[in-house]
Design a protein around this ligand. Sequence first.
Ligand SMILES: Cc1cc2nc3c(=O)[nH]c(=O)nc-3n(C[C@H](O)[C@H](O)[C@H](O)COP(=O)(O)OP(=O)(O)OC[C@H]3O[C@@H](n4cnc5c(N)ncnc54)[C@H](O)[C@@H]3O)c2cc1C
Length: 389
Amino acid sequence: MDLHFSPRELELASRGRDFCDQVLIPLELVADEHGELPMDRRDAVKQAVREWGLAGINHSKEHGGLGLTMTEQTVIEEQLGRVTNGLWSCVWRPPVSLKFGSQQQITEYLEPSCHGHRRGCFAITEADAGSDPRRVKTRAVKQGGKWVVTGEKWFVTSYNASDFVIVHAHVDDDPDKPTLFLVDKPNSSINHLRSPKFMHNFAFDHAELRLEGVELDESKVLGEIGQGLELTKDWFVEARLQIASHSLGAAIRAAEIANDYATQRHQFGRAIREFQGVEFMLADMAVEIFAAKSMLYRVAWEIDQGLDRKRVHAHASALKLYCSEVAGRVIDKALQVLGGRGYMRENPVERLYRDIRVDRIWEGTSEIQRVVVAGQIRKRGMELFSGWA
Ligand SMILES: Cc1cc2nc3c(=O)[nH]c(=O)nc-3n(C[C@H](O)[C@H](O)[C@H](O)COP(=O)(O)OP(=O)(O)OC[C@H]3O[C@@H](n4cnc5c(N)ncnc54)[C@H](O)[C@@H]3O)c2cc1C
């Protein structure tokens, strides 16, 4: 068993950290005050992503990406998680489902997305369809040789920074035929209803859209009819790992800030870390981070080893559940160690506290991850989680 990072992984981690410190962290306050990353900053950040060699980290070289292993991607994502206001999403990560597209789709969508010339967002969720995608009402029907897509989508992240939307619709209203469609923007049949405000101030928006009979050629079907959920499952594994990495990075940053503060801050004639009530909080934070980090790199390693897809799927759910919940606990304690200063918006820990809450909700809530884990225990036994293979 070799648990060392390779020189390449260490280099990527330090590049990711420097990129965050020099490019993204200086933008945190302006993004928070403005509610999102101001338009006039976006091009410079995009250019920086390319210059730092971070464009298309999750795709193969063949498709215009960097060809990184999952462990290599994870060391970068962990660093990106340290940044507040969802600024990590400036480092684009084109949807994994695009790699299952036709050669034409790869050329038109995936390759330019890897280079940062195009950006796509993903629209599954609806007013009545969240955890249960079978309740999706967006429908696609064939009329006069064209697909006509109609429905309403909620929470479409990065819609205002995207120039195409991957829409999950049911062909002929049949929940057994979930299918992905590539919808280009601008499109006069997409009605942008609103972009509501959320607990976090994210780099981009989370839009609500109405698709009013969007007409599409056959070439805009991604994958096969009925394959929509299959393609999305692959995306979920990757997205769950990414969320776990971000949660861990966020928890580490908060813990580091709290640890430094506990040394500097004096009350009752001594550094507050000398009070056991404070130092025990630091100890609990460290232990939880230690466990989460060990789990994260084990699952990344399993993916790199090409372990069985279902096994990886179950482990990714356990990981996302654990890391997002650890981050909630660690950041809450960090804020407590900082006292009133931790409650100030100018303090990164306050922003991390708001930012991290959604990690227990999106890409499958904590309860849905428990449903996946419990189902796998039933099917494959406790060994799936307690064993080591
Ligand atoms: C900021 C933000 C950005 C998002 N971005 C996107 C995006 O880009 N694209 C997109 O398609 N979606 C996006 N989403 C949607 C997100 O994926 C959903 O919010 C999430 O899947 C949960 O769905 P829901 O909100 O409808 O909650 P519901 O599914 O209605 O769940 C409500 C509650 O019931 C619980 N629950 C539901 N089913 C079960 C069950 N079987 N067992 C136990 N408990 C259960 C849930 O855990 C939760 O506590 C985003 C959401 C947010 C908040």
